[in-house]
Design a protein. Structure first.
Length: 461
């Protein structure tokens, strides 16, 4: 618009000189210039009436009246992992866990594309009706639907959301993949998090309080059909539950929710402190496939309490997560129940905008009959009964452009033998909890300790 006016004025001045030289009156010249200005304004408004484009934190396309807007963003995480195990606790090149391994199997390393994601979000008709679509690849060579949901803003700070989305359960899992401390979230989160679900959420948000309630298909039920059966025997169960009801509450004691959207604190950041908690109940399906087969699907009560603190480069986050499971298998199997608990605590110090060091502790405390609840024939999982697992993770992050470009190098160390954590077969804890040990960098050893070094570069746009 400014350029159009400038050009019209320049043309008008030139025309005035020429017209006066040709004997036109000043009034005639002013009429010609006014007509040119009107034409320039029309052409400028036509340009503005088309799609606007730019970047204001995200790349976007938008209509001139802002009734429609499409944002485009994404990120990639490229990782190198080196795993170290006691050679006496590794059996063979096939990856099974046992004794009598060799030095050629006690060290493994390689590269992976941990996560690559593209997100389309924005609003339709008016800014109150929002959408979010995220496509992600986690290194397996396939692209999956991740977030696919719509949100409508109601009056008085209320909203309703429907589709496939990350469940409002644990603080760490709700944080974006790009905003966490370390190359990976905690082991506790890997075992206990709700993941993404399909369902409805009703929520309320102010600067100080946030509440939400969900009615959905159950923990880790993303990309399942409405009539699908549960696909794993873990705690929490993955796949389609009969139903799931839960809720979460957060209190921003100081600072703002925007400060707590990541797990780091810059040296210039002011203090922020948040407390939260959640509870969820889900019931397994009661069909013949669940009760007549070898797999046990439990009803599950899940809960968590967590907190987060940031101030002048210091940051900390911690939480306790538990689930109470009530399982019943085939008629020849005895009903049983148990309570599993996970604990994590992490802290970091960012002494400049570029440099940060961090430390994390994970503790996994299992019910004595966790293995019994996992299988109709509990013998293979019996060794899980007395096991607790503890891990230490420490590392360094260098921020080239905050989260948009950063390098993280960390080391996760087990404080217990991990044969039954990340081993092969149904007796492995990673299979009972439906996680991938390779994402953590762990593979399992029956003797000694295990460690994995992870170096990851992240870029966002």
């Amino acid at each position: 618009m400014k350029y159009a006016k400038f050009l019209s004025l320049l043309a008008g001045a030139t025309l005035t000189s020429a017209a006066l030289a040709d004997g036109l009156t000043a009034d005639q010249v002013r009429a010609i210039v006014a007509e040119m200005n009107a034409d320039a304004a029309t052409r400028s408004s036509l340009l503005q009436g088309g799609a606007a484009a730019g970047r204001d934190g995200k790349f976007f396309l938008a209509s001139a009246d802002n009734k429609f807007r499409l944002n485009f963003s994404g990120f990639a995480q490229f990782r190198y992992t080196a795993n170290f195990r006691d050679e006496n606790g590794v059996a063979g090149d096939a990856g099974s866990v046992g004794n009598g391994g060799g030095s050629d199997t006690s060290f493994q390393s390689g590269f992976s594309n941990r996560r690559t994601a593209v997100t389309f979000d924005g609003h339709v008709v008016n800014p109150d009706l929002k959408f979010n679509i995220r496509l992600v690849s986690t290194g397996a060579g396939t692209v999956a639907n991740d977030d696919i949901f719509m949100t409508y803003a109601l009056d008085n700070n209320w909203y309703i959301k429907g589709g496939q989305f990350k469940k409002a359960f644990s603080r760490e899992n709700m944080m974006s993949d790009t905003m966490i401390i370390g190359a990976e979230r905690s082991v506790t989160d890997a075992l206990f998090s709700a993941g993404r679900v399909q369902g409805l959420e009703l929520g309320y948000k102010t600067e100080e309080w946030m509440f939400s309630a969900q009615f959905d298909d159950g923990f880790n039920s993303a990309n399942t059909a409405f009539n699908a059966n549960q696909t794993a025997f873990g705690f929490p169960v993955a796949g389609q539950a009969a139903y799931s009801i839960g809720g979460r509450a957060d209190w921003i004691v100081s600072g703002s929710a925007d400060q707590l959207r990541d797990a780091t604190s810059k040296p210039t950041d002011k203090q922020a402190f948040g407390l939260g908690g959640a509870v969820n109940w889900q019931q397994a399906r009661r069909g013949p496939a669940e009760l007549g087969g070898a797999t046990v699907y439990p009803d599950s009560l899940n809960w968590t309490i967590d907190a987060q603190f940031e101030d002048s480069g210091w940051s900390a986050m911690g939480g306790v997560i538990g689930n109470y499971n009530r399982a019943k298998g085939p008629t020849s199997f005895i009903s049983t129940s148990g309570h599993n608990i996970g604990l994590f605590l992490q802290g970091a110090y960012r002494w400049s905008n570029e440099s940060e060091a961090f430390l994390r502790y994970d503790g996994i405390y299992l019910a004595r009959n966790t293995g019994n609840m996992a299988l109709a024939n509990p013998a293979p999982a019996a060794s899980l009964s007395p096991k607790n697992y503890q891990f230490i993770t420490f590392g360094y992050t260098h921020y080239f452009a905050d989260h948009a470009a950063k390098l993280t190098v960390d080391c996760i160390m087990s404080l217990n033998p991990t044969a039954q954590f990340a081993g092969a077969g149904n007796a492995a804890l990673q299979n009972i909890f439906n996680i991938s040990g390779s994402n953590l960098g762990l593979q399992g050893t029956s003797k000694g300790l295990e460690a994995a070094i992870r170096a990851q570069f992240q870029i966002m746009f």
